[in-house]
Design a protein around this ligand. Structure first.
Ligand code: DQA
Length: 162
């Protein structure tokens, strides 16, 4: 099973930017923890960060036929990007949206996520731990999807034999 983690603009500045909001942890340290957890659970994991909307759209499209799940923090594009939302909607891969901060406690322009409606779930306000929760969530989702597929295959087989 493969998961792709996509990080939006300015998340490469974690550990430097607004530490009072995002905390002191660097993105590479968050990714190292996620990699450790993925290894323990025999998951393949890839990380991608970009400050450019089109590159994020391209990376989502590349997930088609390649990734089983996506964890995305679209950062500021959460509140503006119809293109990222459409890309997620196009690939139809189970996706969890993560925010380090609680966007509802912040400025009003952050309250709306254009991405949330095309995601299976959203985790926010838990700092870097939110990414760990997202990995647990995606594993659960993927096991449900695979159990559903197996049940459907078994049902098809019985129908063919009848
Ligand atoms: C963020 C919240 C966004 O509003 C903001 O633009 C970010 C980070 C978060 O993780 O809390 O860059 O996505």
């Amino acid at each position: 099973m493969k998961i792709v983690v996509i990080q939006g603009p300015n998340l490469n500045m974690l550990g430097i930017r607004e530490k009072n909001i995002y905390g002191p942890m660097k993105l590479e340290d968050i990714h190292a923890q996620m990699k450790g957890f993925a290894d323990q659970n025999k998951l393949e994991i890839e990380f991608f960060q970009s400050n450019l909307e089109g590159e994020i759209v391209d990376r989502i499209q590349e997930c088609l036929g390649d990734a089983d799940g996506i964890i995305i923090n679209p950062a500021a594009y959460t509140h503006t990007s119809i293109a990222i939302r459409d890309a997620l909607s196009a690939v139809q891969i189970p996706t969890i949206e993560v925010h380090l901060s609680n966007i509802h406690q912040r400025e009003e322009f952050r309250h709306k996520s254009l991405i949330a409606p095309v995601c299976a779930g959203q985790i926010m306000g838990m700092g870097p731990f939110g990414y760990h929760l997202a990995m647990i969530g995606i594993m659960q989702l993927l096991s449900e999807v695979s159990a559903f597929k197996q049940a459907r295959q078994a049902q098809k087989k019985t129908q063919e034999q009848a």
